[in-house]
Design a protein. Structure first.
Length: 434
């Protein structure tokens, strides 16, 4: 077994801004079988951090296989459009990272290699992966378009000193308790809960979990948009009401889209935040691990679980192969390498995420209480976002509707059931007709 190398830690960010950009191209069209191109997503606090984490692993892969991997780390703001451009032109990389919520959308382009039984066997077998992570790899009933690489879920992080100063004896586990704690914390220029009101994807992640708690899925069983059901409307209103009615969220959060809520939390300006694996960001902001705690994201009552007890979407990164690669054997070897137990332990430790590979999850590194919450949520109470081709449009139009409602709340305009429904009706009209 080769030596495990030290990796540089970095913060995971998943905010998506769908801005157009030119395709960088790949080497899938070359005749060099000993070369692969790899588009990695920006998981660390900078592109340079990711290069420092990944390059030693790529060098080790080359040493073992003789295959050189040419790395490009792509910001989240560019990644989806780079992939879509590559899918249209056929000029893509050999291997790439994708946001797991995009799996069905990208699968529908036909550009990604299906992971059928043969291809799964080539990367070590399908049964190595956690079931909930596999649930975000493509349309149900079809061969997955990717395999899981990094797994994350939402949890509730709380500032221990702020809780102590406010006389809050224990962290909240229900929404009523979140609101009660938030009201005690919201004084003297400080606030109870931080949100990212202008971050479209984050908006979707939060209202999706709340939708499940209200019995809504945002899509019908046959894949049609269903944004105006009573449950969907109630979920969106409940989320925006944290600012509009409960007033435990600062009005300025309506403009947040770049992890400012994490900075507020680390700087003792906000007592709670719902986030995915933010420990590295807290550390980079000077917040020591003993200064914060974590509990499962809240539910209406009782214990997180399935159905109406869902408390998070399944977040994470998947690894895909472009179907027109000229080095399929090498690409599959690289996927197998990156999802091996050893690499999964090293990479997920570096990024503060949890391995979606069962064997790697057993490593003591993931028994830390903060990661145990994530691991248990992933296994028992997280649900995949709708695996439909229109998922990316869903993030855009409903995420924008929530953003506009937060802007109304920040400006003091009333947020009513009727105004929420109207926004969601407009969003539904913008979806492709089926």
């Amino acid at each position: 077994m080769r030596r495990i190398r030290a990796a540089v830690t970095g913060a995971v960010t998943l905010s998506l801004a769908f801005t157009a950009t030119a395709c960088g191209g790949g080497e899938s069209g070359t005749s060099t079988p000993k070369t692969l191109t790899y588009w990695a997503s920006n998981q660390g606090s900078s592109l340079e951090v990711d290069k420092k984490v990944l390059q030693p692993e790529l060098d080790a892969f080359e040493q073992e296989t003789g295959i050189k991997v040419k790395l490009e780390v792509i910001p989240w703001s560019d990644l989806l459009n780079r992939i879509l451009t590559a899918a249209t032109s056929g000029q893509g990389p050999d291997v790439l990272n994708i946001g797991n919520t995009w799996s069905a959308s990208l699968q529908s382009t036909g550009a990604l290699l299906p992971f059928d039984a043969k291809n799964f066997e080539a990367v070590g077998g399908k049964d190595r992966f956690v079931d909930s992570a596999l649930g975000s790899t493509g349309t149900p009933g079809k061969d997955p378009a990717a395999v899981p690489l990094y797994s994350m879920v939402y949890a509730l992080y709380y500032n221990k000193q702020m809780f102590k100063d406010a006389g809050i004896a224990k962290p909240p586990t229900t929404w009523d308790e979140v609101i009660a704690a938030g009201k005690k914390l919201s004084k003297d220029g400080k606030w109870g809960l931080g949100v990212e009101g202008s971050n479209l994807s984050n908006n979707i992640h939060q209202v999706f979990a709340l939708g499940k708690q209200h019995g809504a899925d945002f899509f019908t069983a046959d894949g049609k948009a269903d944004f105006t059901s009573d449950g969907a409307v109630a979920a969106v209103k409940q989320y925006v009401d944290l600012m509009a009615t409960q007033k435990i969220v600062a009005p300025g959060n309506a403009e947040y889209a770049q992890n400012q809520s994490l900075s507020d939390f680390a700087k003792d300006r906000t007592g709670m935040v719902l986030w995915q694996t933010p420990s590295q960001t807290f550390a980079s902001q000077g917040m020591a691990p003993e200064e914060w705690g974590v509990v499962p994201a809240p539910v209406a009552s009782g214990k997180p679980g399935v159905g109406k007890q869902t408390n998070s979407m399944v977040a994470g990164i998947n690894m895909a192969v472009f179907k027109n690669t000229k080095n399929l054997d090498g690409a599959l070897k690289f996927v197998k390498f990156m999802t091996s137990d050893e690499e999964q332990i090293l990479l997920n430790k570096a990024y503060g995420s949890v391995p979606p590979v069962k064997g790697a999850q057993k490593d003591p590194a993931f028994s830390d209480p903060s990661l145990t919450v994530i691991r248990d949520t992933l296994a028992t109470s997280a649900a995949a976002l709708p695996q439909v081709p229109e998922e990316s449009q869903f993030e855009t139009v409903v995420g924008t509707a929530v953003k506009e409602l937060f802007a109304d709340a920040a400006a003091g305009r009333p947020v009513t059931t009727e105004s929420v429904r109207a926004k969601l009706e407009k969003a539904q009209q913008q979806m492709p007709k089926k």
